[in-house]
Design a protein around this ligand. Structure first.
Ligand code: FES
Length: 159
């Protein structure tokens, strides 16, 4: 029986290129971009077939790939039932948010009832240069204020 392929031929080339950036035995270093590629191809989540293919490409077990999907705050093992908002609560973002007393956490919580958005905190989003930062709908937003969070979400719901 022919194995089911998840990645499109174009994305399979990207997978090979990403994995080849690392020496043998270090293929796992390409996991985050591979998971991102899989999630973008599939929409909003990463199906088991993608995790199997990534495991094969990186010489890891399915469980190792799956555990990273579970651990990483912006990757999903099933289709989220509500729009997802992640607020960074690592040191730099917390400090900046506190200094500015900008109320981003309170603003984010108000979106739960207003739009049904699921709000969670997350570790560093890698956007410390623009702290405080948040992630919504596959994009990182920097210099967050309560107004900017509400603006991003309401713009999304007005489409
Ligand atoms: S600490 Fe928030 S993005 Fe790095």
């Amino acid at each position: 029986m022919k194995p089911v392929r998840f990645f499109t031929p174009e994305n399979l080339q990207i997978v090979k290129r990403l994995v080849s950036r690392y020496p043998p035995g270090r293929e796992r270093a390409s996991l985050i971009p591979l998971l991102d590629l899989a999630q973008r191809q599939h929409g909003t989540w990463i199906p088991p077939s993608a995790m199997h293919e990534i495991a094969n490409a990186t010489n890891l077990s399915f469980e190792q790939v799956h555990s990273l999907v579970l651990a990483y705050p912006t990757s999903f093992q099933w289709r989220p039932c509500a729009p997802q908002l992640r607020i960074c609560d690592s040191w730099m973002c917390c400090q900046k948010a506190k200094q500015r007393e900008n109320g981003i956490y309170e603003a984010a919580q108000s979106l739960v009832s207003q739009y049904g958005v699921e709000v969670k905190t997350t570790e560093c989003l890698g956007a410390c240069y623009g702290a405080p930062a948040f992630w919504f709908n596959d994009k990182i937003h920097t210099d967050a204020t309560k107004e900017s969070i509400k603006q991003v979400i309401s713009k999304e719901f007005s489409k």
